[in-house]
Design a protein around this ligand. Structure first.
Ligand code: TXA
Ligand code: MG
Length: 339
């Protein structure tokens, strides 16, 4: 079993930075979800991520950095807008897709000419990234970024507490830094700045309106086509899914299903006519608070031996866009069956 150590401890950070430098993987808390991290400049180390997750090799990874100046080590032709977004939202739940610098390994980018970069807002992640960059510098090596996808097996729900990482990956990761539960709870917003007008590839806590305001132009979400699938693994309809069938429903249908005696569980919002009762989890009627709990609750119900999980439909407003996206994917997978 992996060693789970308190991420606040200086010794733990040093141990994790040494492991990364030695080409090992570590479990890393971020403010969005836990990541499975490797030295972004070490191809063999990055390859271990794909093996541990069972993830197809053409799915690109996000490079996490602890200082703005590392942007130029991993990206080139960085537009003004990218610096403005970094200034406004980093450290934080925003990933930018930029043209990659020549030295960035194909195993990180999935062979593409672009790279995803973000500076996470979790204090443990920042401490680790800064310690790791120091280790690299002291050894006379450039870099210090870590490539890290969410620390779940491919296609599964992202982990939001350290124990989930243990449950997902077991011995495939020797050390996990425990940073408590993730404040945001869903994956970062991804904005593509590499090809003209910026577009959102994956909605997240940083909204289109917030990005538009900083960039001084309207930022839209990309309409996914099947051609996008290898570029954005989050674009696979089958992502983020529990193994239990999941259905989006309204309150009357949920009430009926619960009353029928079937083995169903439900996730509802505070304002629902449904109050807490057996097999019902009530989440906040606020997107940030809902996102904080959503994956953990879904994971818990998924292991509860239910036939179906019913989730009350989410409001159609922009603040709920990221959660509608994740819920839609989870439901889609359930309908089409798991593989
Ligand atoms: O919040 C997050 O972003 C978390 C934490 C750990 O930072 N990470 C995360 O990584 O969600 P992952 O690998 O599970 O999802 C990253 C997404 C994938 O859908 C991937 O295809 C996309 O980012 N991506 C990465 N590099 C890309 C690129 N160059 N072009 C387009 N999409 C890219
Ligand atoms: Mg993921």
């Amino acid at each position: 079993m992996p060693e789970v150590v308190p991420g606040q401890s200086v010794e733990a950070i040093d141990q994790a930075a040494s492991l990364l430098n030695a080409g090992q993987l570590i479990g890393l808390p971020t403010e969005t979800v836990y990541g499975l991290a490797a030295d972004a400049d070490n191809q063999d180390a990055v390859a271990k991520i794909f093996a541990a997750k069972g993830r197809p090799a053409d799915h690109p990874l996000i490079v996490h950095i602890g200082a703005d100046d590392l942007l130029t080590h991993y990206a080139r032709e960085i537009p003004e807008g990218a610096w403005a977004l970094a200034e406004a939202f980093w450290p934080g739940p925003l990933t930018m897709i930029l043209k990659k610098a020549p030295g960035v390994h194909d195993v990180v980018t999935g062979g593409q000419d672009t790279v995803g970069i973000r500076m996470p807002g979790h204090p443990v992640a920042l401490a680790l990234l800064r310690a790791f960059a120091d280790v690299k510098r002291q050894a006379g090596n450039p870099g210090g970024g870590v490539a890290a996808p969410s620390a779940n097996r491919f296609g599964r729900i992202s982990p939001t507490v350290a124990q989930h990482v243990v449950d997902e990956l077991g011995d495939a990761v020797p050390l996990i830094l425990d940073g408590g539960d993730c404040l945001v709870g869903i994956e970062s917003t991804i904005v593509d700045l590499s090809r003209g007008a910026p577009v959102i590839l994956r909605p997240g806590a940083i909204t289109a309106d917030q990005l538009s305001l900083v960039l001084g132009q309207t930022v839209k979400a990309v309409a996914h086509t099947s051609a996008d699938v290898p570029r954005v693994s989050g674009a696979l309809a089958s992502h983020y899914a529990p193994t239990t069938a999941l259905q989006i429903s309204d309150s009357p249908a949920i009430r009926q299903a619960l009353a029928s005696g079937a083995r169903v569980a439900a996730i509802v919002r505070e304002d629902a006519a449904l109050k807490a009762q057996p097999h019902v989890v009530v989440l906040a009627n606020d997107p940030a608070a809902y996102a904080h709990d959503f994956y953990r609750v879904l994971r818990g119900l998924d292991s509860g031996n239910y036939e179906r999980i019913l989730v009350q439909a989410l409001p159609a407003t922009s603040g709920w866009a990221a959660l509608r996206d994740r819920l839609g994917r989870a439901a889609h997978q359930s309908m089409s069956g798991n593989d």
